[in-house]
Ligand binder design. Structure first.
Ligand SMILES: NC(=O)c1ccc[n+]([C@@H]2O[C@H](COP(=O)([O-])OP(=O)(O)OC[C@H]3O[C@@H](n4cnc5c(N)ncnc54)[C@H](OP(=O)(O)O)[C@@H]3O)[C@@H](O)[C@H]2O)c1
Length: 314
């Protein structure tokens, strides 16, 4: 029984050591470095593996995606019909909640304006609205969205959430589906996006949606915060909405093309916070421990957790 590691962008030697440290003597093969018998591979730990690779493993029992989002993996039309397990890990969830909270507070407490004034040596005593005066709307009430809700509610924000199916989340108002979207947007000053990228959500952050956000809020205009996936957003529409005042500001961790090209006009803007897809970079050793614990449970006959619904794409 061999575990295959196939993540061309990652440091293979470091990951081999991490997996070996917890794998209990199981054999490990690294795609691209090691010769291995495809029939010996039972489990694959992958991040953007070469298309077709997994289809060539006849005894594969599960694919462990080394990230929470599976959109890139699912783009391989040859994927074998075995469970795809995505990362759900307290370390990753906590890191995302840190990033979301940082961005929400940045906009609520006018941090961009104070930074600009600092550069200009300007002392302007201007109060920011209290959290209780600001309405945050979270698109995506999954593992990440629900954790961010808890912290933002504790800080006093008026929080609402939107998901595909109807959800009840303590302390917040919830909306769902296409029918619930407009009401959710109409009461939202800061839109936090923690959606997966699927056929249904691609390009959802566009001019039409921005125009439906609340215009009567305490911040003087709606703010977009996206840490889901770049494919959710139409970047030309974000730029146009910022220019037209339809959006007041944005914080973006993800982009249609990554790395964000140096020529992107987004870099130049004082009203945009850019981070390089690091919102929830998580502890690799914790991910390895979680995956091996799942392999051990599977070998005891228990069900795998956090298996992707292939029909829904997340
Ligand atoms: N930037 C980063 O560093 C980073 C790191 C990790 C993850 N991410 C991104 O964050 C995403 C969310 O992660 P997660 O673990 O929270 O995922 P999750 O647990 O699968 O939750 C996804 C949420 O999105 C909702 N959703 C999906 N499709 C929808 C649709 N068409 N309309 C409305 N709501 C929809 C789901 O609705 P239901 O509740 O009805 O199922 C669910 O509430 C990942 O897919 C990944 O793309 C980014």
């Amino acid at each position: 029984m061999t575990i295959l590691f196939a993540a061309p962008e990652f440091d293979a030697d470091a990951w081999r050591r991490r997996i070996a440290a917890v794998a209990g003597g199981r054999a490990i093969a690294v795609e691209g470095s090691d010769a291995y018998d495809p029939a010996a591979i039972r489990y694959a730990l992958v991040w953007q593996p070469p298309a077709g690779l997994l289809a060539a493993l006849p005894n594969l029992e599960a694919i462990f995606n080394l990230g929470a989002g599976v959109d890139r993996l699912m783009a391989d039309t040859t994927l074998p019909d075995v469970p795809i397990v995505r990362v759900v890990d307290p370390n990753l969830t906590g890191r995302m909640t840190e990033w979301v909270t940082l961005q929400v507070l940045t906009h609520q407490r006018s941090a961009l304006a104070f930074l600009a004034r600092q550069k200009a040596h300007e002392w302007v005593e201007e109060a920011s609205p209290a959290a209780s005066a600001v309405r945050v709307g979270i698109m995506g009430l999954g593992e990440l969205g629900r954790d961010a809700v808890e912290v933002l509610v504790r800080l006093g924000f008026q929080v609402a959430g939107w998901s595909r199916s109807a959800r009840t989340v303590p302390g917040i108002e919830t909306h769902s589906g296409a029918a619930g979207l407009d009401a959710f947007l109409a009461r939202t000053d800061i839109l936090v996006v923690l959606l997966p990228l699927t056929d249904e959500t691609r390009g959802i952050l566009n001019a039409g949606l921005f125009a439906k956000l609340a215009r009567d809020g305490a911040l003087g205009g709606p703010v977009l915060i996206n840490a889901g996936r770049g494919g959710l957003q139409v970047e030309a529409d974000i730029l146009a909405a910022l220019d037209a005042g339809v959006l007041k500001a944005a914080s973006l961790d993800v982009f249609g093309t990554e790395p964000l090209p140096a020529t992107s006009p987004l870099w130049e803007r004082d009203d945009v916070v850019i981070t390089p897809h690091v919102a929830a970079i998580s502890d690799p050793s914790a991910l390895c421990r979680g995956i091996v614990a799942q392999i051990e449970a599977h070998e005891r006959g228990e069900e795998l957790k956090h298996v992707v619904d292939r029909a829904l794409g997340y």
